[in-house]
Ligand binder design. Structure first.
Ligand code: F6R
Length: 607
C-alpha cells in the first residue's frame, strides 16, 4: 500500500527519495511523488503511474536540504497527478505525505473551505497540509502535534516547512513509521526496505509519537511534548535479500528460497532429546500450555490458509479444538473469548489492518493473542502478547509464497510442542521431528520439477476458469493454489474440497475448465481418486499433483506433477510448491506483472 520516505542529509536528494520509493514499489501503488525543500521553495513533482514516469519528470538533480516522497495506493479520489502525494498548503510552505485514512476529513475540509482554503486534490490527506500551515507559529513539531490531535483515523505522516531548513517531522497513529539513523543523515520511512541501502539502525515509532529529524539529530516526543527515549534496533535483513539476485522476479526468487526459509523457521526450535518443539517467544508457562483447551487463529489471505492447514494438524495430533476465522469478520462479530484459549494472529507483514484490529478487539476482551509474523518490529508482533517470528527474510513479491511455508513450519513446531505435552508419544514425536527436518530437502526436489511445471502452465494458460481440489489437511492448500493463480495471472480460480464438487461446482466442468487435484498418498487418496473420476467422466481436464510412482493417478490424469513421498502430515509443504510454480509460469505466459499484480498491495493497512 502507500509508502513514505523522508531524508535529511548530504546525499543527492532526488536520488535518495526516488531510490527509497523504488524499494517500496513491491507494496503496490498507483502514483508517486516527491517534495524537496530548498531555501527558494518546496519543489513538488508527482505523477500518476509508475516510478519510472516520476523519474522522467524529475529533470536533473534536485538541490535541497531535506525531502519527502510517497507511493500512493488510491483510496479517496482517483489515480491522478493532483491526488498523488506530497500535498502542499495553499501558500506552498508546507508539504506532507500521508499513509492511512483520515476519517473526519470531510468535516475538516468543509471548515477549511468555509475559511476560504482552496483544495487542489480530492484526497483526505490534503487537509493535513492546510491545517499545519494554519497552526504553524514558528515550530513545525508543535504545529504537527496540534494538528494530529484534530485527526480521527490512521496516519503515518512526514512533513517539511519552508521556514525550517533541513528539518522533517513525522508522526504515527496506526500506520507504521520508522526512523533510520545514519552517519550524518536521518531517514523517515514506512518500511525499512526503503532505507536498508543506507543504514541498518532503526527506531520504530509507536502510536501517539512525534519525531523531529535533522541530518545529525532526532528527538521523539509524545503528544504532550514529553521526550520519549527510544532504542535503536538493528535491522537484521541484508541488502541482497531485497534484490532479485539473478532471478527474473522476486516471486521466482522467493519460491526457490523455500528450502532455506523453511529451515530457518525451524532452526533451534526442534528438541531431539525430548522429541518436542521449543518456542521461547510464546511467553507461556508450562502450566499455561498444559491448561490450554482451545486454539483460535485469525488471519487474512494466504496467512488464513496457513491457519486452516494448522487447524487440521492441531486437532489431529494435539487433540485440541482449533478454529480459524477471517480476521476481518472477527472484529465486528463481538467475539467471545473463552478461558484457557489462545489466539494466533498470523500475518507476514505484521501490519494487516483487519488482523491488527481484530487482535486489539480480542485483547480488549482479555484474550491472549500471539503473533506469527515475518517483519520484525511490525505492529502486530509489537502489540501481541508473545509469538513466533518466521524468519523468512523480506518477502517482496506481492503474492506470498515463502511466508506461507514458514508460517506452516512455525505452526507445526507449536503443534508438536503441545501434542507432546498431551497424547503424543516420544516415538511419534521423534518421527514428526525427523519428518519436519526432511521437508527442506523434499521441497528442493519439488523445485527441480520447475521446467515440467512450466510446460503444463504453457498448455493450460488460456483457460479462463480453474478448480483446485484437495481434501483433509491439503484442502486449504487447494485454496492457496487458487488464490495464487487468481492474484498473478487474473484467471478465475476456486478452491474446493474435492468431495464438495458434486454438490454444485461440477456444473462448471467442461473441457474449458481444468481441475487441479491434490492427491497425496494419505488416508483420503481413494476418495480423491473417485472425485477425479467424476470430473473425467464429464470431459473435464485434470492436472494431478500426486506422489512419485502413483501410476493409477498418472493413468487417470491428463497431466501429472509427481512429488516425493513424505510423512502424511507433511504433504501441505510439498503440494504447495507446484501450485506456486504453476501460478508463476502461467502469469509469465500471459505477460502479467508478476511481482506487482494489478490492484493489489503487499501489506493491506486499510480495513
Ligand atoms: C496472497 C497475499 C495476501 C496476504 C494477506 C495477508 O498472496 O499476499 O492474501 O496473505 O493480505 O497479509 P499478511 O500475511 O501480511 O497479514
Amino acid at each position: 500500500m502507500c509508502g513514505i520516505i523522508g531524508y535529511c542529509g548530504p546525499k543527492p536528494m532526488g536520488e535518495v527519495l526516488l531510490e527509497g520509493l523504488k524499494r517500496m514499489e513491491y507494496r503496490g501503488y498507483d502514483s508517486a511523488g516527491i517534495a524537496v525543500r530548498s531555501n527558494a521553495e518546496i519543489t513538488v513533482i508527482k505523477r500518476a503511474g509508475k516510478i519510472a514516469t516520476l523519474r522522467e519528470a524529475v529533470q536533473g538533480e534536485l538541490e535541497g536540504d531535506c525531502g519527502i516522497g510517497h507511493t500512493r495506493w488510491a483510496t479517496h479520489g482517483g489515480v491522478t497527478d493532483e491526488n498523488a502525494h506530497p500535498h502542499l498548503d495553499a501558500a506552498g510552505k508546507v508539504a506532507i505525505v500521508h499513509n492511512g485514512i483520515i476519517e473526519n476529513y470531510s468535516v475538516l475540509r468543509e471548515k477549511l473551505a468555509a475559511e476560504g482554503v482552496e483544495f487542489a486534490s480530492e484526497t483526505d490527506s490534503e487537509v493535513i497540509a492546510h491545517l499545519i500551515a494554519k497552526l504553524y507559529d514558528g515550530n513545525l513539531a508543535a504545529a504537527v502535534q496540534q494538528v494530529v490531535q484534530l485527526l480521527k483515523g490512521t496516519y503515518g505522516i512526514a512533513v517539511t516547512h519552508i521556514d525550517e531548513p533541513g528539518v522533517l517531522v513525522g508522526a504515527r497513529n496506526g500506520s507504521p513509521l520508522v526512523l533510520g539513523v545514519g552517519e550524518q543523515e536521518m531517514f523517515l520511512a514506512s518500511d525499512v526496505t526503503a532505507i536498508l541501502g543506507h543504514t541498518k539502525q532503526a527506531i520504530y515509532l509507536e502510536d501517539g509519537e512525534i519525531v523531529t529529524i535533522t541530518a545529525d539529530d532526532y528527538r521523539t516526543t509524545d503528544l504532550q511534548s514529553r521526550k520519549v527515549d527510544k532504542h535503536i534496533q538493528i535491522i537484521n535483513w541484508e541488502l541482497e535479500e531485497i534484490e532479485k539476485g539473478g532471478y527474473r522476479h522476486f516471486m521466482e526468487k522467493e519460491i526457490f528460497e523455500q528450502p532455506e526459509s523453511i529451515l530457518r523457521a525451524m532452526q533451534g526450535r526442534l528438541d531431539h532429546e525430548y522429541a518436542t518443539g521449543h518456542l521461547g517467544g510464546l511467553n507461556m508457562s508450562k502450566k499455561e500450555l498444559l491448561d490450554l483447551e482451545r486454539v483460535k487463529i485469525i488471519a487474512a489471505g494466504t496467512s488464513f490458509y496457513a491457519g486452516l492447514v494448522a487447524s487440521y494438524l492441531i486437532e489431529s495430533i494435539a487433540r485440541i479444538p482449533c478454529t480459524v476465522e477471517l480476521a476481518a469478520e472477527v472484529r465486528y462479530r463481538n467475539p467471545i473469548v473463552e478461558r484457557n484459549s489462545i489466539y494466533f494472529a498470523i500475518s507476514q507483514s505484521g501490519e494487516t489492518a483487519d488482523t491488527l484490529y481484530a487482535m486489539r478487539e480480542l485483547q480488549r476482551k482479555g484474550a491472549r493473542v500471539l503473533g506469527i509474523c515475518n517483519v520484525v518490529g511490525a505492529t502486530i508482533p509489537r502489540e501481541s502478547d508473545g509469538g513466533v517470528y518466521i524468519h523468512s527474510g523480506p518477502e517482496i513479491a506481492v503474492a506470498s509464497t515463502k511466508a506461507f511455508t514458514s508460517q506452516l513450519t512455525a505452526l507445526y513446531v507449536f503443534t508438536l510442542l503441545i501434542a507432546r505435552m498431551r497424547h503424543m508419544s516420544y516415538e511419534a514425536g521423534m518421527m514428526f521431528v525427523q519428518a519436519l527436518e526432511e521437508v527442506p530437502d523434499q521441497v528442493a526436489k519439488v523445485l527441480n520439477l520447475a521446467p515440467a511445471i512450466a510446460e503444463i502452465a504453457h498448455k493450460y494458460h488460456e483457460a479462463r476458469n480453474f478448480l483446485f481440489l484437495g481434501r483433509g489437511i491439503n484442502y486449504p492448500v487447494a485454496f492457496e493454489g487458487a488464490l495464487k493463480l487468481k492474484e498473478i495471472s487474473y484467471i478465475h480460480a476456486e478452491g474446493y474440497s474435492a468431495a464438495e464438487v458434486k454438490h454444485g461446482p461440477i456444473a462448471l466442468i467442461s473441457p474449458d475448465t481444468p481441475s487441479l487435484f491434490l492427491v497425496p498418498d494419505d488416508a483420503l487418496r481413494e476418495k480423491v481418486i473417485s472425485n477425479m473420476k467424476e470430473v473425467k467422466a464429464r470431459n473435464g481436464q485434470v492436472i494431478a499433483v500426486c506422489v512419485e510412482d502413483d501410476h493409477e493417478v498418472a493413468a487417470l490424469a491428463d497431466d501429472v506433477i509427481m512429488v516425493p513421498r513424505v510423512h502424511e502430515l507433511m504433504y501441505p509443504f510439498v503440494m504447495t510448491i507446484p501450485l506456486q510454480l504453476f501460478a508463476y509460469y502461467t502469469a509469465l505466459e500471459l505477460g502479467r506483472d508478476v511481482d506487482q499484480p494489478r490492484n493489489l498491495a503487499k501489506s493491506v493497512t486499510v480495513e
